[in-house]
Structures are given as C-alpha cells and as structure tokens.
Write a protein that binds this ligand. Structure first.
Ligand code: PLP
Length: 417
C-alpha cells in the first residue's frame, strides 16, 4: 500500500515551545545576567523542588553532568563495581566510568522494561560488596521502586536515580526524581520539557547539594583569589537556558497530557495487530508517556538480523519487524527509533558483567540467535535483548496531529499485510 509522505517531518520527540520562554530569556538579556548566575537559575531550582518534592536542586549544563556528580557524591572510587540498568541510554552509565567505576549490568523485566528486582537481588548475591545502584525510568515509565528500594536498603546500597526521561512521572503518588539518594533530570531538546540543553542534580541531602554546587563551579574556595582544594568542573547551567526551562515548566502537565493522548490513540488504533504497547501500570504509576513504543509478538516477527551497524529483514505476509516499520515510517517522512540497545551488547561494555534473573548471564543468552536461551518460565532470559529485537519507539511528538497519527497507524498496519 502506498501513502502520501508527510509534508513536514513527524518527529520522534522534538521541542514544543510556547512563547513565554522568550520572555525569560529576554529578561536575562535585558538585565545582563548572561552568565551562570541569575534569577532564572534560582527560579528553576525552586520550581523543580516544588514539582518533584525534593529539598535541593542544583541546575547544571546537562543531565549527564548531574549523573556524573551523583556518581561522585555516591563515593564511587576506581575499581568499584556499580549495578546499572542495562536497557538505557549510555549517559546513564558513562558517568560511572568517568569516576573509574565498573558498571555491572542488571537485566530488565517485561513488566516495566526497567531494572528487574529479581536480577538485582541475584546481583547482590554474586557481588555483595556493591554499594551503589544506578536505576533509570525508561521512556517515562517508573521502575518498581518499592521492590528495588527494599533490596538496596537491605544491602546498604545508595540509589542514583536517572529520571532524565521521567520528569513529571509518579510512582504510588510520589514523583520520579526523589526516590534515590542522588537523582538527575534532563532538559535536553527531546525531553518532555526542554531548555535546549540542561539538567539538574536533586537530593534531600543539604551538605551534598552544596558540594555539588561547588564542584559544578570549578570548586572555588571562599577566598579573594582562585583557591582550589578539590577537582572542579564547569557544569553550571546558563541563566539563558534556565529562562527557557522556566517558561517550559508551566507546560509540563500539558505536555504529559498530550503524550498520554498519543499513547492511548496508538493503543486503540493498533489493538487488533499482533503487538503490545510499552507497559503501563495504571494502578500504581502515572508515567509521563514520553515515548510510545510497541513490542511485536514473537510469532508475528518476520526474519530480521542486525550486525553492529547494519540490518536486514525479509518481509513476510501477516508478519513484520522493527526495521520494516522504521523504514516505512522513514519513507513517508516520520521518525521512529529502535529501542535503546542494551548496554551489555554495546561494544564498549561488552566485557562487563551482565546479570539476568536466573542462569549465569550472557554466556547462555545470545539473543542475536532467535529467541536466545529461555528461563524456567519459558520466556527469554535476556529480556533487554528480546525487547530490543522486537520493539521500537513510534513518533511521539506533542505537535503530531490526530490525522497524522492515524496515518502512522495505517502505515504500521500495512507492514503486517
Ligand atoms: C537524555 C538522557 C540522559 C542525559 O541527559 P543530557 O541532558 O542529554 O545529558 C541520561 N539518561 C537518559 C536515560 C536520558 O534519556
């Protein structure tokens, strides 16, 4: 079936501006606070604390900078193993390595696509010395926080929460970004609200908030000259960027409502196809629905193989695969994306340990081979690679019209014909 290409590209998730951002940017300009000091910064820190319910927020140049200083705050030393979510963006994990730590990857679960508490428990059996756990709420869907926190508390481990994709999401009524000891959010251009870039370190620990603020401004001591006792970083947020974030914050709830409507329209429009949407636990959580994703049923997958940088598939009647759908969307000027490739399969982290809910990890779970090894429950043991193989992110832009989305749904449908 042929479709008419979209005149303007339908993006995965692009910035949605409202005009008020410019007023705060202009205020920074007019008052000459064109620096990493100023009212916009103070205001966005205040607003963030109020929205999320944390005591302290330090505005930084990026979510990655916030994660880096969180890893430093957690006291990770060279050679320390750190448990990390496996299916995530590499910015969750790289900061561990900046400090010389060694990520140990914990497999995902089908229930949330986030860190599997059962695999985390096993990881502590294998590495009881580990003291830091980095978790992510992927695509704006909260992890099973109670289970993870209980396990970490029992092992006296510090939690670093990467809430970069989950600003505004809640778990049992509490906001993401306040569950860990040290937490990070992001205002990167594709996030639920944006500053064009930027991020924030969040904590309830006053002493650490002050330390992070100091580290982020080159660790200057309180002296008349440049005096330094510790290693410093130039990580502070610009007052111009903070102006954009300040204007965007008012629209956070509106953006979430739009993203939720997109998710629900996909769910309804695709319900008779052999696939599922990314999971939502409506009883316990309110995701921010940042990206809508689908997971194609195993029996409806046509043949698809991936090398390190290329892919091939064979179209088949009644079946499809992520790359057939992505190619179709691309052909008509819409942007989808594969699921974030699990860290344990990334060339840079391939030799790091990877812990699954049973068995002894990667040796038995090469999911490049169709299906991979199955667990006792009959499901693939390497959950992250299974989701990567069968899943994809759909165009989830706030500005996509219902008509455009209906077209996208028809395009996806055509792939299964
Ligand atoms: C975007 C993102 C980050 C990094 O945030 P930046 O502000 O781009 O540095 C970290 N973790 C996850 C999961 C992200 O999606």
């Amino acid at each position: 079936m042929e479709f008419k290409a979209f005149e303007n590209k339908v993006w995965l998730s692009s910035p949605t501006m409202h005009g008020e951002e410019m007023e705060y940017v202009k205020e920074a300009y007019d008052t000459n606070w064109m620096s990493t000091v100023g009212k916009n910064i103070n205001e966005v820190e205040k607003i963030t604390c109020e929205k999320i319910g944390c005591k302290y927020a330090v505005a930084l140049s990026a979510g990655t900078a916030a994660l880096h200083l969180a890893v430093k705050a957690a006291g990770v030393r060279p050679g320390d193993k750190v448990f990390c979510s496996d299916m995530t963006f590499d910015a969750t994990v790289n900061p561990v390595v900046y400090e010389g730590g060694i990520p140990v990857f914990i497999d995902s679960e089908y229930e949330t696509w986030n860190m599997d508490p059962k695999a985390l428990e096993r990881a502590f059996e294998i590495y009881p010395e580990v003291k830091v756990v980095v978790i992510v709420h992927l695509y704006g869907t909260p992890c099973q926080m109670n289970e993870i926190k209980e396990i970490c508390d029992r092992h006296n481990a510090i939690i670093i929460e990467d809430a970069a994709e989950a600003l505004g999401a809640t778990y049992k009524g509490k906001s993401c970004g306040q569950f860990g000891n040290y937490n990070a959010i992001s205002f990167n251009g594709n996030k639920i609200i944006t500053g064009s870039s930027g991020g924030m370190f969040l904590t309830d620990d006053e002493e650490m908030a002050n330390k992070v603020r100091k580290w982020s401004t080159q660790s200057r001591e309180n002296a008349p000259w440049y005096q330094h006792e510790e290693l410093g970083y130039n990580y502070r947020m610009s007052n111009v960027i903070a102006g954009v974030v300040r204007g965007q914050y008012k629209y956070l709830d509106e953006h979430i409502a739009q993203k939720k409507a997109i998710y629900e329209r996909y769910k309804e429009g695709l319900k008779d196809l052999p696939l599922q949407m990314n999971p939502v636990d409506e009883e316990n959580t309110r995701p921010n629905y940042w990206l809508s994703c689908i997971l194609i049923n195993e029996e409806a997958m046509c043949k698809q193989v991936r090398s390190e940088q290329e892919y091939l598939y064979v179209s088949e009647k009644g079946k499809s695969c992520p790359h057939e759908i992505l190619d179709t969307l691309f052909k008509y000027n819409a942007e989808g994306r594969p699921i974030w490739k699990p860290m344990h399969m990334q060339p840079i982290y391939r030799n790091n340990a990877f812990i699954t809910r049973e068995g002894d990890g990667r040796a038995k779970t090469n999911a490049y081979i169709k299906g991979g090894t199955l667990g006792k429950d009959g499901r693939p043991l390497d959950v992250g690679m299974d989701i990567f193989q069968r899943g994809l992110c759909l165009p989830s832009d706030n500005k996509m019209t219902p008509e455009q989305q209906d077209m996208i749904i028809e395009m996806i449908r055509s792939c299964f014909e």
